[in-house]
Design a protein around this ligand. Structure first.
Ligand SMILES: Nc1ncnc2c1ncn2[C@@H]1O[C@H](COP(=O)(O)OP(=O)(O)OP(=O)(O)O)[C@@H](O)[C@H]1O
Ligand SMILES: Nc1nc2c(c(=O)[nH]1)N=C(CO)CN2
Length: 166
């Protein structure tokens, strides 16, 4: 089994329900075992600014599904939750990114791991550090990366202990 970290975000419709449904799908997917869920954070939109606040979480899981198949799985879950993609970085019912996959590094047209923009996104790193404060980028611990991020004030704790396993 490999250890993976995912980032989930929603800013359209019932945001908390969208996160719950996506986590439910992950939890019941064969080959995926959920290990830890972060609290929910409410976060200011980054990139395309003219949109509503997001709810974001990070998830730690174990899986025997390879990285490319895992991308297909998360895309399928996004589709199932009827994600609409109109604007790049724009509103979405659910967005699931693969942040880290074991110690793998890879980069091609379909998949880049570690996720290329994760290290400068407070909405990713703050929930991620809650579930694993020992994650590092090179020699630098995640807490130290967060300290230097300009947009960390836009990330506020929204709800802890929000998911009851089914
Ligand atoms: N680590 C990764 N996790 C998820 N998708 C990835 C990853 N690396 C590359 N991709 C590719 O990115 C494509 C576009 O993703 P998407 O439309 O969700 O981007 P975005 O969420 O708007 O922006 P961002 O990638 O900055 O979060 C996906 O179809 C996928 O092929
Ligand atoms: N706060 C916040 N901003 C974003 C998010 C997100 O999940 N949260 N996702 C984006 C595209 O992946 C772009 N901007």
């Amino acid at each position: 089994m490999r250890e993976v970290y995912l980032s989930l975000g929603s800013n359209l419709g019932d945001r908390e329900e969208n996160l719950k449904r996506a986590v439910f799908e992950l939890e019941h997917w064969e080959g995926i075992i959920l290990k830890r869920l972060s609290p929910i954070y409410e976060t200011k939109p980054v990139g395309y600014l003219n949109q509503d606040m997001f709810l974001n979480i990070a998830v730690e899981a174990e899986t025997n599904i390879g990285p490319y198949d895992l991308l297909r799985v998360v895309n399928e879950i996004e589709k199932k939750l009827k994600r609409e993609r109109l604007i790049r970085w724009g509103p979405r019912t659910i967005d699931i990114d693969i942040l880290l996959y074991d110690y793998i590094e890879l980069k091609d047209e379909v998949l880049t791991i570690p996720h290329p923009r994760m290290w400068e996104r407070a909405f990713v790193l703050i929930p991620l550090s809650d579930i694993n404060p020992f994650i590092k980028k090179g020699d630098v611990y995640i807490k130290d990366l967060i300290r230097d991020l300009p947009d960390k004030e836009g990330v506020k704790l929204y709800k802890e202990n929000w998911y009851n396993e089914v």
